[in-house]
Design a protein around this ligand. Structure first.
Ligand SMILES: Nc1ncnc2c1ncn2[C@@H]1O[C@H](COP(=O)(O)OP(=O)(O)OP(=O)(O)O)[C@@H](O)[C@H]1O
Ligand SMILES: [Mg+2]
Length: 329
């Protein structure tokens, strides 16, 4: 197998919890939100990995840390064979062009005072990839490519003239104009009208094919993951609890949490054995991760072992890994 484009090794991002004055005075130990608590995975060239999990489980933090938009606490990020974790911002510059991010909210990710055309041209100028005139040509082509026509008209419009779906097309155009090799798409369709989601996903898919793009596709919606991902990684409280090929994970989920996510979307997959159950309770605070398996307080199958020892990710079938003492099977 060829070297993956991206390799993430035991990546952690802890945020310090602000102590009150009294706590600081009493020298109370500093506490941390363990937003990302040791995740490892690879993404091949042209491959889409969906990162799935409930709100607050650390998906956005993981995506942003991988791009070095926030500094990791520990671990390594290896991009195309280079460990980019220790690189200075200046040394990161050439990598920045090759790695892009598409945010969830197309309303806040565009400057209201910048024309659409200028917004898309901006990264080309910043990275010195084109002069003004040439950049305009490239942007016009890109506007057409993402379906914003007549492109000359869209070039001069401002974001407030556009619908949410159109804005997300602009955001995608701005990321794709640099011909990146890797993109983090963070809930890229969550705020888009359901009627337009499919066409935005198709647009991303067309870029994946054209550029042989690798994607980390962050979503809380396992049904979206099913549509676009080659592999799925399920995250719970800062850790990946299951990872494997999409078909395999959906048909044979091994972690109770994955099964619960799947069962919450009734139409997603028809499976032979149905062991219906519901998980109860809320995701615990990431500053107070329970000992043992972090899912144990919500797991119907938890026993003594689960309360004491944290399970490691182990391979249960080809390329399919689960971190559970009692995997479903
Ligand atoms: N800058 C920060 N400072 C302190 N805590 C943070 C910071 N950013 C995120 N967190 C905390 O880290 C945890 C993970 O947050 P994150 O935004 O990565 O989750 P998420 O999976 O993307 O959630 P959502 O689905 O709601 O977008 C949460 O407990 C959050 O409160
Ligand atoms: Mg998020």
């Amino acid at each position: 197998m060829s070297e993956p484009l991206l390799r993430v090794e035991d990546l952690k991002k802890y945020f310090p919890v602000k102590r009150s004055l009294l706590e600081a005075f009493r020298k109370k130990e500093e506490r941390y939100v363990r937003a990302v608590d040791g995740i490892s995975f690879e993404i091949g060239r042209g491959e889409t990995l969906a990162l799935i999990g409930e709100s607050g489980c650390g998906k956005t933090t993981a995506g942003r840390t991988i791009l070095r938009l926030i500094e990791p606490t520990s671990g390594r990020i290896i991009f195309d064979g280079t460990d980019i974790t220790p690189l200075s911002q200046e040394k990161l510059r050439p990598f920045r062009r090759r790695m892009q991010i598409i945010f969830q909210d197309p309303y806040s990710s565009l400057s209201p005072r910048m024309k659409i055309g200028d917004a898309i041209a901006h990264p080309l100028l910043v990275h010195g990839l084109a002069e003004k005139e040439e950049a305009k040509e490239i942007v016009l082509k890109m506007l057409r490519r993402v379906g914003l026509t007549p492109e000359e008209e869209f070039y001069d419009r401002y974001p407030h003239h556009l619908s949410g779906g159109q804005r997300q097309r602009v955001v995608i155009a701005r990321a794709m104009v640099l011909k990146p090799e890797f993109v983090v798409a963070d809930e890229a369709v969550s705020m888009i009208d359901v009627s337009m989601r499919a066409s935005i996903l198709e647009l991303l898919e067309s870029f994946r094919k054209e550029y042989n793009l690798s994607q980390l596709f962050i979503t809380h919606d396992i049904a979206v993951g099913k549509l676009i991902a080659d592999r799925i990684a399920v995250m719970y409280l800062g850790k990946i609890v299951e990872i494997g090929p999409t078909e395999e994970v959906l048909r044979n989920p091994a972690h109770p949490y994955t099964l619960a996510l799947i069962q919450a979307v009734p139409s997603i997959v028809r499976r032979k054995k149905e062991r219906k159950f519901r998980i109860t309770g809320e995701v615990p605070n990431a500053a107070e991760i329970p000992p043992g398996c972090r899912f144990n307080p919500r797991c119907p199958f938890a026993d003594e072992l689960c309360r004491e020892r944290e399970p490691e990710l182990v391979e249960i079938s080809h390329n399919h890994f689960v971190a559970c003492h009692h995997p479903i099977g």
